[in-house]
Design a protein around this ligand. Sequence first.
Ligand SMILES: [Zn+2]
Ligand SMILES: [Zn+2]
Length: 282
Amino acid sequence: MPGTMGDHQPAALGADLHVHSTFSDGQHEPAAVMAMAAEAGLLAVALTDHDTTDGLAAAAVAASRHGLRLIPGVEISSHCDRRDIHLLAWFIDPDHAGLRHALARLAGARERRLETMLKALSRAGAPVQETAVREQSGGHVPGRPHVAAALVAAGHAASVQTAFDRWIGLGRPGFVALERIPAGEAIALVRAAGGVAGLAHPGLAHAGRALPALARSGLAAVECDHPGHDPRQRRRWREAAQHLDLVATSGSDFHGSSHRHGAVGSESIDSTTLAALEARRP
Ligand SMILES: [Zn+2]
Ligand SMILES: [Zn+2]
């Protein structure tokens, strides 16, 4: 397992291309995440909240205070070959109208999913108030971790993990699938917004077979180094990246100090790789 926040991290001197804040399901405000990135010795960091760019403004202010380069990003809920995948987008213009519109559509879908989930949970004997979920999400778009936390607070589960296993994970009574953007469409949107797209944690998504089609659709990178990948998977994805002429990237997928994924900067690329990635901008 990767190091936790308590572990001593060596100076990273690179770029962590995948971190989350409270604007999606992270535990820390963007400013706090930027402070951690500076502390880790990073030169650059990409804030990639799920389906929202709303945390980027606050992150930019904090990053400049630390002399840190913020790469504007987002992690888009997508699908390819009937498989759910996450697409990382970097160097995007968060004000691009098409991208904003698509993300707003996804936020609307998350809101509708919440309603359906709460009805299903109530029928299954685990009622949770919508206000309790909103309290957990702190005013941001509510996701499953917030529902899980509300289930714990209501006494329906002993932990967030149990809440997923028993109530809202795949195949459980409160599970409702999320609407996603087809990968080809998402990649085109990212490029239209001036950015480059990469496939996040392919090992966790079992997305190997989708990779050649994604590359043909304009995918620029694949996240080879991720805390959820073992050394064999890392090697495998590096080979695939090389074979398909994709940039091999790294990201900690940081969500918070108590989350199972790594600390900010625990996975990073060097400045040469960052330049190669940036060179793929349209
Ligand atoms: Zn992801
Ligand atoms: Zn992520």
